[in-house]
Design a binder for this molecule. Structure first.
Ligand code: F6P
Length: 539
């Protein structure tokens, strides 16, 4: 069954939400809390070691009820079923969407074209496990007989951001191997990494689903050339492994057949860290931790699949986000983890969310006249408090924010942790309450200064509070956002799993690159022509 093709704005629920919006848009959350002592409990979901409080949103019980009606009217339940049962829901690319199968138990049954894909998945997982153990234990050696000390992940987009974010987030759990990530086609990136490498002890993991991506192939070739300055061709088999669906191109690059980790076209790039694309994660933190990450994601999958919408964390977060995006006209959402380990989390989610839901044609092929994907940005707290929080507090834009925090610090420094968490709680409270004129005056402000010190408050936040950052809880957290993306795509009636916009950029760059070598005519607008000529004259 294909995904439903219902324009959300034509539903009864949408019309009711529009009316409801008119009656609640100016209500202050402070008053909602004052009116209902049970508000926090009513809008909190406790699940596993997650405590998700979405009470600090500009919603009432009626809002949530209507949003759930919207989800029902666009047939979200059927859509979830279609995804998990391997139907071709990525219709524009003719593919199933089954990253959830990658983290499912061995005895599950996920079928693509009538074939259960679990045996294949577990074969590759075994290969990842065996390879990881050999490298980490030092049994697998480089061309001069030394154990590996460094791993370089060569990839871009989904073949870089996921592994890079997870390795960084789980650095507390890391082993002795040093992991590097080379992604940008900017040669300065790869050359800076090369400065840190010893060819005798470096393992290269080339990750590209298509094995046609310009950036990845350029970086892989540069690293291979650099490696061959110290080694002979036959050493490549010991030092280069690849993750791809394109086995022919991988072999042509020179990777030994035994060193190829397959993936499948039913795994989207930005949802692929659970596959062999996560090989560098497994190498960095060990296979058991990689597996725990997958198990965490699987727990969240089950929660998403089975829980009523009212207590379903990804569904509720998605609905609230639709509420701001489509009724309050909020354009962006901030992701603020109160953990330095999650430094790359917002960057990672930018691809997941914006590449998936940055679409303006609906599933019927018609242009859309309502807002779809939100702009995602963010940085860890407390640093971000001293950078962009001013605008969230007192700017003119409404920026709903997810605050992600962990109760227990991994290094256990209570003093720092209490200070960190006091900021975490204080910020969402301040964003809710603001500061009134009376409070400003009671603090001693006088005269003309008073209006500048008043904060309106009423700024929405979700608090996603987790016991501890672990491979498992990180897996749960990432999967939570993956499902939020899916729910929003279903509601907005768009295809979330293609990315033709990015592919256009790839084609245009290739054309211009050929022009540097005078292969085709220069047929650009005058601005681009001037820039091309200016560049050619300077280099
Ligand atoms: O950025 C566009 C994109 O197509 C992503 O979806 C993908 O993750 C990335 O390029 C890398 O593609 P590949 O893994 O095929 O090299």
């Amino acid at each position: 069954m294909a995904l439903p093709t219902i324009n959300p704005t034509t539903t009864e629920a949408w019309k009711k939400l529009q009316q409801h919006f008119n009656s609640v848009k100016d209500v202050h959350m402070k008053d909602l809390f004052a009116q209902d002592k049970e508000r926090a409990n009513k809008f909190t979901v406790k699940w596993d070691d997650f405590y998700v409080d979405f009470s600090k949103n500009r919603i009432t019980e009626e809002t949530l009820k209507l949003l759930i009606e919207l989800a029902n009217e666009v047939k979200l339940k059927d859509a979830i079923k279609s995804q998990f049962s391997g139907e071709i829901i990525n219709e524009t690319e003719g593919r199933a969407v089954l990253h959830t199968a990658l983290r499912a138990p061995k005895n599950s049954n996920f079928t693509v074209d009538g074939v259960n894909v679990m045996p294949e998945i577990y074969q590759v997982k075994q290969k990842i496990e065996a390879f990881t153990n050999e490298v980490v234990n030092g049994e697998r050696k480089g061309f001069t007989g030394k154990a590996f000390t460094d791993v370089v992940n060569i990839g871009i987009g989904g073949s870089d951001l996921g592994p890079a974010m997870v390795v960084d987030s789980l650095q507390y759990y890391k082993n002795h191997l040093t992991t590097h990530f080379v992604s940008n086609v900017d040669g300065d990136h790869v050359n800076e990494v090369i400065k840190k490498l010893d060819p005798e002890t470096t393992l290269f993991v080339v990750v590209s689903k298509t094995f046609t991506t310009q950036e990845t192939l350029s970086n892989a070739n540069t690293l291979k050339d650099w490696f061959l300055q110290s080694a002979t061709e036959d050493a490549i088999a010991k030092h280069f492994v690849a993750v791809s669906t394109n086995i022919a191109n991988v072999k042509a690059f020179g990777v030994d057949e035994n060193n190829i980790f397959p993936m499948w076209d039913w795994v989207g790039g930005r949802f692929s860290l659970w596959s062999a694309v996560g090989l560098s994660i497994s190498l960095a933190v060990g296979y058991n931790n990689f597996d725990s990450l997958l198990q965490g994601a699987n727990k969240m999958d089950n929660h998403f699949k089975n829980e009523d919408f009212k207590n379903n964390i990804p569904v509720v977060l998605a609905l609230i986000s639709v509420w701001y995006n489509n009724f309050f006209d909020a354009e962006s959402e901030a992701i603020i983890p109160y953990s330095q380990y999650l430094n790359q989390f917002a960057t990672y989610l930018q691809q997941g969310i914006m590449e998936s839901n940055g679409k303006s044609v609906d599933r019927n092929g018609n242009p859309i006249d309502y807002q779809t994907g939100t702009i995602i940005w963010g940085e860890p707290g407390t640093n971000s408090q001293h950078a962009f929080f001013q605008l969230i507090h007192q700017g003119t834009k409404l920026i709903p924010a997810d605050f992600i925090g962990f109760a227990n610090a991994l290094h256990g420094n209570k003093d720092h942790q209490d200070k960190l968490m006091s900021n975490f709680f204080a910020q969402t409270e301040a964003l809710l309450n603001g500061k009134s004129e009376a409070e400003v005056i009671s603090e001693g402000a006088t005269g003309d200064l008073i209006p500048f010190k008043v904060f309106q408050g009423n700024k929405p936040t979700n608090t996603i509070f987790i016991n501890r950052l672990s491979p498992e809880s990180l897996g749960e957290l990432i999967a939570m956002y993956e499902h939020k993306i899916f729910v929003q795509g279903v509601i907005w009636n768009i295809f979330s799993y293609d990315q033709f916009g990015v592919e256009l950029g790839k084609q245009l760059a290739t054309k211009i690159l050929q022009e540097f070598n005078n292969i085709s005519n220069n047929e650009h607008d005058s601005s681009t022509s001037n820039l091309l000529n200016y560049y050619k004259n300077l280099t």
